[in-house]
Design a protein around this ligand. Structure first.
Ligand SMILES: [Zn+2]
Ligand SMILES: [Zn+2]
Length: 277
């Protein structure tokens, strides 16, 4: 035998139907033997898994479909604004649900070619739009683009699949967003009519800053790590240098931007009014 059932399954990311495997020359008997020996798992009739498959993907396969939405995007290392607490399962347009123990899956019936395992980035982005909305979609889209996980053809296909009212999100997306937080900020500011937003700007004497808005306001978006000690000192020195150059600086952390956007926006709008006064 040239390839074992487990090796072949691993090439399918750990999940496949029996007929996908027998197409490579393995017999049903060999699959059954490998399952008996514990080298692979038989999830249900005609569906097999190896240890390469994640728990969420296995739950989705047991349910009768492919893992999609945040779970699939994270599998592909795309940044997501939120997690899915339960597996979101793509059943194709006519998929059949298979009851399984402990099922808490969220089922999606989107058109397209579903195969067991994990939905590809393009499909998971589309499903993510319909499931989680604009912000989730936009941040994940920019993350996927930056990581070169989607190409021009994918973006065109995604755009054509979205409702017309949402297609601008694809046009507005850029391949160079530095983080999900940056994508989110740009999108939210755009929706407030603030479009003079430059990102990752180098300012002599200050260094690289996250955002310069309308040429006057520096906004720094701090990640989840706390700025303490030497980092805190660097931040303060940068703020002083920026002020000396005529900039105003605002600094927000991850939780503020995500959960208290109203207060963040008020602070930005007030600073811009002062800058233009
Ligand atoms: Zn289920
Ligand atoms: Zn979903």
């Amino acid at each position: 035998m040239l390839i074992t059932p487990r090796q072949l399954l691993d090439r399918f990311d750990g999940l496949a139907r029996g007929r996908q495997l027998t197409a490579f020359g393995l017999s049903r008997y060999e699959l059954a033997r490998a399952a008996d020996r514990g080298e692979i798992r038989r999830l249900r009739r005609g569906v097999y898994a190896s240890t390469k498959a994640t728990d969420a993907a296995i739950a989705a396969a047991r349910h009768g479909g492919a893992l999609t939405c945040a779970g699939a995007l994270q599998h592909h290392e795309v940044w997501t604004l939120e997690d899915d607490d339960e597996p979101h399962v793509w059943l194709g347009s006519t998929g059949r649900v298979h009851p399984h123990p402990g099922c808490s899956c969220v089922a999606h019936y989107h058109p397209g070619r579903m195969s067991l395992g994990v939905a590809d980035v393009r499909d998971a982005l589309i499903h993510g739009y319909f499931c989680h909305g604009e912000e989730f979609f936009f941040c994940a889209l920019e993350s996927a683009w930056r990581k070169r996980l989607i190409g021009a053809g994918d973006r065109a296909r995604i755009r054509a699949t979205l409702p017309r009212s949402a297609q601008w999100l694809v046009d507005f997306a850029r391949p160079d967003a530095d983080s999900g937080l940056e994508s989110l900020m740009r999108l939210r500011l755009h929706l407030q009519g603030i479009d003079d937003v430059r990102t990752q700007v180098h300012i002599d004497g200050v260094g690289r800053v996250d955002f310069v808005i309308e040429g006057r306001l520096i906004v720094e978006a701090d990640g989840e790590d706390n700025h303490t000690g030497p980092q805190r000192h660097r931040d303060l020195r940068r703020d002083a240098a920026a002020s000396a150059l005529g900039y105003e600086s605002l600094r927000f952390d991850y939780v503020q931007i995500l959960r208290a956007w109203d207060t963040v926006l008020e602070a930005i709008l007030a600073a811009l009014r002062r800058a233009h006064a």
